[in-house]
Design a protein around this ligand. Structure first.
Ligand code: HEM
Ligand SMILES: N=C(Nc1cccc(CNC[C@@H]2CCCN2)c1)c1cccs1
Length: 359
């Protein structure tokens, strides 16, 4: 929560940018007075739907680590600021997943719940994404499933949740709202679309029994607009294949599958110089792209997404805006130098305004 002085300043700055960019400057003087009066009286104010819709789209546009920003104008807002109980919030997260999944034709969507108010923080979702796989500690010290989610898995088991013990058990949502105990909500299977992974040329790949979920939906970031903080604002896009093929399934601290894929490819893993890791990565990424396409689920390859991003940078400059970007996040984690985004610098600083901030 911003201090009253900062809030008034940030609110005023936001209103000016919002009404100017939307061509509603005539309404600005009256709106500024009303917001200043609300902050004076209550220490806070309410965004109109139009202000919130503009705010979430610009927050995406300002996300300097995001390669997918070309379509920032098409973000769909689900305004659920009135949903204040964990049960209602859980139900809205389920309907968010259904609406965003859209049978595989994924729609970039954000659901905004109540903001922090003086003396009453907004609700929070403890999961880093709406869909995450459990990570179970096992005797030999290893983890079955996604080690990244082992702590959350321990926490929900302590709250009485049971999983099947497989490597791809979908975790329940853990929702915290002021005045309520943490609420554990199991996601209905029909709102979690998954893709079984196979390879276009290697039949053994399907036998590995790998899968991943269709929709990436980040739920652990705080949306900041005009001095208001929305701590619960889950948003989804579609995956870029490298996120799954080069990080989630490949990282040593995640599913660590490069040795398995390399062995099945018959590669010599005895020396780094055989580039067995690199060859395993390409086949794993190829399997991901192939499987999502087979399943009719939207996914982006890192070459196409890089080209789209550079088109976005160009459009922003022609609109008279600097596009903030962090090279180390924008350049994909596979074949960086072979993608268009590698071969240039970026301006890292987002000049204030709406943004997503990690808690
Ligand atoms: C539509 C397709 C989209 C694609 C392909 C895409 C792609 C990506 C990728 C690959 C990353 C880096 C993630 C990582 O390495 O962990 C990223 C980061 C990010 N994206 Fe996008 N994105 C898309 C849509 C969106 C939308 C709709 C929003 C919000 C409304 C968004 C907000 C962000 C933010 C805030 C980050 C930085 C996350 C952090 O700091 O941890 N993106 N995006
Ligand atoms: N494609 C996506 N990927 C994405 C975007 C933002 C954040 C994340 C999760 N980042 C956390 C991971 C885990 C380690 C390093 N990055 C994924 C999207 C998620 C939500 C909208 S688009």
């Amino acid at each position: 929560l911003s201090s009253p002085e900062d809030l008034a300043e940030e609110a005023d700055q936001f209103l000016h940018e919002c009404y100017t960019e939307l061509g509603l400057a005539a309404e600005l003087p009256e709106r500024r007075r009303a917001v200043a009066a609300a902050i004076e009286a209550d220490g806070t104010y309410d965004h109109t739907f139009a202000e919130l819709e503009y705010g979430v789209r610009v927050a995406w546009r300002n996300s300097s680590r995001c390669i997918g920003r070309l379509y920032w104008r098409s973000l769909k807002l689900r305004d659920r600021r009135a949903a204040a109980t964990p049960v209602r919030i859980a139900a809205e997260c389920v309907s968010h997943l259904r609406a965003a999944t859209n049978g595989g034709r994924i729609r970039p969507t954000i659901t905004v719940f109540a903001p922090d108010r003086p003396g009453r923080p907004g609700p929070r979702i403890h999961n880093e994404q709406l869909i995450r796989y459990a990570g179970y500690h096992v005797e030999d010290g290893g983890v079955v499933g996604d080690p990244r989610n082992a702590a959350l898995t321990d926490a929900v088991r302590a709250l009485g949740w049971y999983g099947h013990g497989t490597a791809f058990d979908v975790l329940p949502l853990v929702i915290e709202a002021p005045g309520y105990r943490p609420y554990v909500h199991v996601l209905p299977r029909d709102c979690v679309l998954e893709v079984p992974l196979s390879h276009p040329r290697h039949a053994w790949f399907a036998e590995l029994g790998l899968r991943w979920h269709a929709v990436p939906a980040v739920s652990d970031m705080c949306l900041e607009i005009g001095g208001l903080h929305y701590p619960c604002a889950p948003f989804n896009g579609w995956y870029m294949g490298t996120e799954i093929g080069s990080r989630n399934l490949a990282d040593a601290g995640r599913y660590d599958l490069l040795p398995t894929v390399a062995a099945n490819l018959g590669l010599d893993t005895g020396s780094e110089r055989t580039l067995w890791r690199d060859r395993a990565l390409v086949e794993l990424n190829l399997a991901v792209l192939h499987s999502y396409e087979q399943a009719g689920v939207t996914i982006a390859d890192h070459h196409t997404e890089s080209q789209r991003f550079l088109k976005h940078v160009d459009k922003e400059e022609r609109a008279g805006r600097a596009c903030p970007a962090e090279w180390s996040w924008i350049v994909p984690p596979l074949s960086g130098g072979a993608t268009a985004v590698f071969h240039r610098y970026y301006d890292e600083d987002a000049g204030g305004g709406p943004n997503f901030v990690r808690h």
